[in-house]
Design a protein around this ligand. Structure first.
Ligand code: JAH
Length: 250
């Protein structure tokens, strides 16, 4: 996979050279290129922002540097890029979306700052490439860079051949079960007066699996009632329904 990132703070993307994405790059699975948007400005002050039409607080990123940057960055031959624009008004990042992105050959991230990028940049890009405006959560950051890092991390760990153990991917939170993960424990069996739950010492696989599922259901009901509401009826057995009835908020 090739990833290009355009930003006025390219140094913000330095973590892409470290650990996860760094290993993927060293192994040849990933090829990351970070670009300074100001390279596509032509005035002496390298201006990238201007006041918003219609008034309002803050500044908006001018379209011209973005247009030139995206023209040049996306001009290479080969697979058509997917342009990703991190924005709080985008579609939510989910594990399913991360899986979709992991099947792309080429992602280009446009990281805005200030109040965002002139909408015509996205509308123009969409004339010749696929564009997805993506939100990593309902909060506002100072720019799209940190959101781009989050999206890249969620995607790169899914690249075929990245992790040693592909089976461990399917088992994790939000892998498809629709439940939060159960709590996990390791040695020692007692620590600071807290004991590992007895059920985990039974050695009975079915009993352990049932205990873990109870815990997962309990956590999900307490922390993510939205996920419980979306569980398909056929995903729940009678015991599941009993556990949920004990923990639904009322
Ligand atoms: C803020 C450009 N969903 C997280 C998120 C993503 C991007 C931004 N904020 C929050 C953002 C300012 C300018 C993008």
């Amino acid at each position: 996979m090739r990833i290009d990132v355009v930003s006025i703070f390219p140094e913000y993307l330095a973590p892409l050279g470290l650990s996860l994405a760094g290993k993927a790059q060293a192994s040849g699975l990933l090829d990351v290129h970070v670009h300074d948007l100001r390279r596509w400005t032509h005035d002496r002050h390298h201006t990238v922002d201007d006041t918003p039409y219609g008034g309002g607080a803050g500044m908006v990123m001018k379209p011209e540097p973005w247009g030139e940057a995206l023209d040049e960055v996306t001009s290479a031959e080969g697979a058509g890029p997917l342009l990703v624009v991190p924005t709080p008004s985008g579609e939510p990042l989910t594990q399913r979306l991360a899986e979709e992105l992991s099947r792309e050959a080429w992602l280009v991230f446009a990281c805005g700052r200030y109040e965002g990028i002139d909408q015509r940049v996205v509308d123009d890009a969409a004339r010749r490439m696929r564009v997805r405006e993506i939100s990593i959560g309902d909060y506002v950051l100072n720019g799209g860079e940190v959101a781009a890092l989050v999206i890249v991390e969620a995607v790169v760990r899914l690249l075929p051949g990245f992790m040693g153990n592909p089976a461990s991917l399917a088992e994790e939170s939000h892998g498809g079960e629709g439940l939060l993960e159960y709590p996990v424990y390791t040695k020692p069996p007692s620590w600071r007066g807290l004991d590992v739950p007895e059920a985990l010492f039974s050695g009975h696989h079915a009993k352990i699996a049932r205990w873990r599922r109870d815990q997962a259901l309990r956590r999900t009901a307490e922390r993510r009632p939205d996920l419980v509401a979306r569980l398909p009826e056929e995903a729940l057995d009678d015991r599941d329904r009993e556990v949920l009835a004990d923990f639904v908020a009322d």
